[in-house]
Design a protein around this ligand. Structure first.
Ligand code: AMP
Ligand code: MG
Length: 427
């Protein structure tokens, strides 16, 4: 990458001071909730594709699913034991001749002699003529005869999972917009579907900008900085099931940015830039994006850290975020805005963040929403509480070690008491 000497830079023609916003100025900027709503209103849905079930963990369903059959589909034996007619027990019989075996996966036998029983296995269909199952723990077997313990609470349908108890054939089980986790995939398979319609995995590119950034495997000068944001952002995306993530690093050079971003826009659904969105003279990202036809929806949100965040929609509906370069800011903004944006592109139903009480008071000074890293601890009185772990600024990513995520605090100046419930976002 070309590196300019500091002396090659002409002096700033105009001073762009980065000063603390007062309440009035902050009121001009969208709040985090308003920014989030703007994002949700503007993102474009990803295309729908049919995929095999084994590849669907974390995908968002783009169809509805009804039950193929009653569930359970037959009166199902719930314990290994003997199946019999409870009427015989009520009539006083305690010894039952074992007339055969009913294994799982076999058609039902028929009990002709009500004083006999069948050995029955978990998952088997309840044999005809039987209405309950006595578990092996409650009986002894002697010479082909099962002797049931006195005091066994035998009654009709004991240890029988009756047909249609969980759902009926044709019941609506899953609707579009459902994120597919373990229970949902079990239900899809049980509905006899080898494939399902889901929204395509977004093609995401993380583009680091900055002349000072050096990859972890390259020699570094004292005045340079390791390029770390991409790794943090990629990790957060992978942990949320987004694996189609490319990466690039571009200099603070208008022409290079324009050329490379045009390519990234042509080949990705989501472009996440880091750095270059503030007020510095080498912060070219907003102007380059505008030139490439990316419509600016907002630039800056009334928050700290992460105030300079930029969001726009590309000419083909691409989601484009200019995340501030400071490591804490870029990660907070990714999780607060970009991840929900990607979920929205997949048609996922909006989710409310976890709500957690603060474990200690915290003072918010600026008239901006505040993102505070926290460690979640167990308190005897309140359960999980968020213990503040403030950083020494948005460049201090080392202080994030040992934290679980961050909380969103309302604008100051104010003192938030311990126990006050706030939205919590995990890393
Ligand atoms: P910027 O938003 O470009 O003004 O960058 C703000 C701060 O974040 C500067 O100190 C940058 O060196 C730092 N920074 C920007 N991008 C990265 C990155 N990818 N990894 C680590 N630090 C970064
Ligand atoms: Mg920069």
């Amino acid at each position: 990458m070309p590196r300019r000497k500091p002396s090659a830079r002409s002096p700033a023609s105009k001073r762009t001071a980065s000063i603390d916003l007062g309440l009035a100025a902050a009121a001009q900027l969208p709040s985090p909730a308003e920014a989030e709503a703007l994002v949700r209103a503007r993102v474009q849905p990803l295309p729908v594709e049919s995929r095999p079930l084994a590849s669907l963990a974390g995908a968002v369903l783009a169809q509805s699913v009804r039950s193929e059959r009653d569930q359970p589909p037959f009166d199902r034996v719930m314990m290994d034991g003997i199946a019999l007619a409870s009427q015989a027990w009520r009539a006083g019989r305690r010894r039952f001749r074992i007339a055969g075996t009913q294994p799982a996966g076999s058609p039902p036998l028929r009990l002709e002699d009500p004083d006999a029983c069948f050995e029955a296995m978990t998952g088997a269909v309840l044999p005809r003529g039987c209405d309950c199952v006595i578990p092996v723990e409650r009986l002894t077997v002697e010479d082909g005869v099962a002797v049931v313990d006195e005091g066994t609470p035998v009654e009709p349908f004991w240890n029988v999972h009756t047909r249609g108890l969980d759902c009926r054939e044709g019941d609506m089980l899953l609707t579009r917009g459902t994120m597919l986790g373990a229970p949902e995939l079990a239900v899809l398979a049980s509905a006899g579907l080898p494939r399902a319609d889901v929204h395509a995995d977004p093609r995401i590119v993380i583009v680091a900008t900055g002349d000072e950034l050096v990859a972890p495997d390259q020699p570094i000068e004292a005045w340079q900085v390791r390029r770390s944001n991409g790794y943090a952002l990629r990790a957060a995306l992978h942990l949320r099931g987004f694996h189609r993530v490319a990466e690039d690093h571009l200099p603070d050079d208008h022409a290079v940015l324009a050329r490379r971003l045009a390519t990234h826009l042509a080949t990705h659904d989501v472009v996440l830039l880091t750095g270059g969105v503030s007020m510095g003279r080498f912060d070219h990202v907003p102007s380059v994006l505008r030139e490439l036809g990316v419509e600016e929806v907002f630039h800056k949100v009334a928050q700290r850290p992460g105030k300079p965040i930029w969001f726009g929609i590309g000419p083909a509906g691409q989601t484009v975020f200019g995340l501030p370069g400071n490591p804490v800011s870029s990660l907070v903004c990714l999780l607060r805005y970009a991840v929900p944006a990607i979920y929205a592109m997949q048609g996922a139903q909006p989710r409310r963040p976890e709500q957690v009480p603060l474990g200690a008071p915290h003072a918010v000074k600026a008239a901006l929403w505040h993102y505070l890293p926290v460690h979640v601890e167990q308190s005897p009185a309140l359960g999980g509480v968020a213990m503040p772990r403030p950083t020494r600024g948005s460049g201090d990513f080392v202080s994030l070690l040992g934290t679980d995520g961050f909380v969103e605090l309302p604008p100051g100046p104010r003192e938030l008491p311990a126990g006050c419930v706030v939205a919590f976002y995990r890393w």
